[in-house]
Design a protein around this ligand. Structure first.
Ligand code: M6R
Length: 603
């Protein structure tokens, strides 16, 4: 989705803005642009398509500017064209915008009737034109921002620069926005994501909704002022030192961020367990001891929804508490039955997924407390939750979610154990350590998964199957494969195959069958049914089980011993590798698959 970066300072703004936009590329976008204040003019350079197109234009012009804003756009209002790309500017202001202005068309009609002209089809330009109109009336930028923002509805973040100064202004409603400063270098920054500011701004501020931020760089200092909409000084912002390391911004020795993130999982699992069982996180989980609710309403999208199904199983099996799991875009419109005493649990890597946020609002309106399992601290979901269970996965750049799934599911498992009051049982910590070791072993032997991928990558379709706790893993395995390898893949409960999907089976279809030690015979008979119809078989099953190995065209042998609860997470990593290698053989854009965005901030 869209990304914003702004800079003001003594250096050339072009470098940090382009670097910041490059870091936000992973979120998905379809055009990019920059506006630079040069010789008291606002000069806009923008281009549809990849950021490289914009970089080429910049290389030709070699501009130098102390103040600028940049944007990567993911189209919502108006087609993907250079005119619709941001920034939008005129003789007074330039604006970049993330989100949607809901009442844009009403204002646009009024403004056109008043004689104003529009150059694009975007809702953003309505903000620009209205801002300019108010400025012409008041000659006061802060007042005009306040009036414009108050007039327009919808969840948005705006960053504004003006011809008459080097200030950076910004304001937002339920959309991510971070303001940064580097006191030593006298630089001010703004972005939609702190990740863009790593290494640039050691001090960052998260303004709350409807707080206007004004960054002023002088010859001596850099100052950030915060105002309420009545222009009184505001304290509604959170300060944080930007502790993220530069390592997060590079692939290291890996060919893709996705591969790096798969490899990070072993270590992150141990870190998360130490945090929640032994260190500061312990008191967060202990608050759940003995906790019961008539029903957990788990809501999420995509991979996070799959993690939700894993967590539902944990809550029901460990705690015998009823849990429902819904896809957020379904839950919000189904008029859900929500009763007092029940709890909503939202799962999201980004904490910015529009449908998940809408469900959170709905639950809040109905008086249902809102808990979240979330990666991004300070995200909208995080801020609006009554309790947060951070997954501490670090930045996840690959659009295909990998480490976030594992840590979401593990966090849910730990929540279940905390409710049960068994966080101190040594078997808990050792199972988690074992999971971490097994994942590390898988990473060390990933070449064997590459060989499996080589055998099947050219096949027409893939059906992932699993029973019980492996069913959500079948769904997740299929999602991962389709999103990065662009092949048709479906996940099914193994016993469901004969109720329809078996009609698809022939020699061009691969059944990736998860055969866990539980219900083994029943799952093996499902494999036999596929084999009898000439389907290709890949079994992900227990090691040293020759009696079923012979059924498979390829056998991925895993050591399920000692992982009674966490084996689904282990199996899932094998499927992540399989998807990765198939995608690599197909030559797709693994980290930024076509048509996908890392965080889906529109409905
Ligand atoms: O940021 P979120 O966890 O809320 O995102 C939810 C989905 O959009 C996300 O999991 C998506 O399905 C991924 N591309 C899956 O790899």
């Amino acid at each position: 989705m869209c990304g914003i970066v702004g800079y003001s300072g003594p250096g050339n703004s072009v470098g940090p803005i382009i670097e910041g936009l490059s870091r936000l590329e992973y979120r998905g976008y379809d055009s990019a642009g920059i506006c630079l204040k040069i010789n008291n003019e606002l000069q806009i350079i923008k281009k549809e398509g990849k950021l490289d197109n914009l970089k080429k234009l910049i290389e030709e012009k070699k501009p130098f500017s102390h103040t600028g804003i940049g944007h990567t756009r993911w189209a919502t209002h108006g087609e993907v064209t250079t005119d619709n790309a941001h920034p939008h500017g005129n003789e007074v202001f330039a604006v970049v915008h993330n989100g949607i202005i809901e009442n844009a068309s009403t204002f646009k009609k009024q403004l056109i009737a008043e004689g104003f002209h529009f150059k694009s089809q975007t809702d953003t330009e309505v903000f620009l034109v209205l801002l300019t109109k108010f400025y012409k009336e008041t000659q006061n930028t802060l007042q005009s921002i306040s009036k414009t923002f108050s007039s327009l509805s919808g969840n948005s973040a705006f960053v504004i620069i003006e011809k008459s100064s080097d200030k950076l202004y910004c304001i937002k409603r339920s959309a991510p926005l971070v303001v940064g400063e580097n006191k030593e270098k006298r630089e001010a920054y703004v972005s939609s994501d702190p990740f863009a500011l790593i290494g640039f701004a050691p001090r960052i501020y998260f303004p709350q909704d409807a707080v206007i931020c004004e960054s002023i760089v002088s010859d001596q200092d850099v100052n950030i002022n915060f105002y309420e909409l009545d222009l009184k000084p505001s304290k509604r912002f959170k300060f944080q030192s930007n502790a993220m390391s530069m390592d997060a911004t590079t692939k290291g020795p890996y060919e893709h961020f996705m591969l790096k993130e798969i490899h990070e999982q072993g270590a992150l699992i141990n870190k998360l367990a130490a945090f929640y069982i032994k260190n500061e996180g312990r008191k967060i989980l202990e608050g759940l001891k003995g906790f019961t609710t008539p029903e957990w309403h788990i809501t999420a999208c995509g991979t996070a929804w799959h993690a939700g199904i894993v967590i539902k199983n944990y809550f029901e099996q460990i705690n015998r508490q009823r849990a429902s799991v819904d896809i957020a875009s379904e839950f919000r419109y189904k008029n859900p039955i929500l009763n007092k005493g029940e709890i909503s649990l939202f799962i999201s890597q980004s904490g910015e997924t529009a449908d998940t946020l809408a469900c959170q609002e709905l639950c809040k309106e109905k008086g249902i407390p809102s808990y979240s399992i979330v990666n991004v601290e300070g995200s909208t979901l995080f801020r609006n939750s009554d309790k947060n269970f951070l997954i501490h996965a670090g930045v996840e750049i690959g659009v295909a979610s990998t480490k976030a799934f594992t840590l979401q599911a593990l966090t849910g498992y730990l929540m279940g154990r905390a409710m049960e009051g068994t966080l101190d049982q040594p078997e808990l910590f050792s199972e988690i350590q074992l999971l971490s070791n097994r994942i590390d072993e898988l990473c060390a032997n990933a070449d064997s998964l590459k060989e499996v991928a080589e055998k099947i990558y050219s096949k027409k379709g893939f059906i992932f199957t699993g029973r019980g706790k492996y069913f959500p893993i079948a769904l997740e395995g299929a999602l991962k494969l389709k999103e990065i390898a662009y092949v048709h893949a479906e996940g099914y409960a193994a016993g469901e195959l004969k109720h329809g999907p078996i009609a698809l089976i022939d020699e061009n279809i691969v059944n990736i069958a998860i055969v866990g030690p539980e219900l083994l015979e029943k799952t093996v008979s499902n494999v036999e049914e596929v084999k009898a119809r000439r389907g290709k078989i890949v079994i992900v099953g227990p090691k040293n089980l020759e009696e079923i190995e012979h059924l498979a065209d390829a056998y991925i042998a895993l050591d399920f011993e000692g992982l009674p609860n966490l084996s689904p997470l282990y199996v899932n990593v094998a499927l992540q590798f399989l998807a990765y290698h198939i995608a690599k053989l197909k030559g797709t854009d693994i980290d930024k698959p076509r048509n996908l965005a890392k965080s889906v901030t529109v409905e």
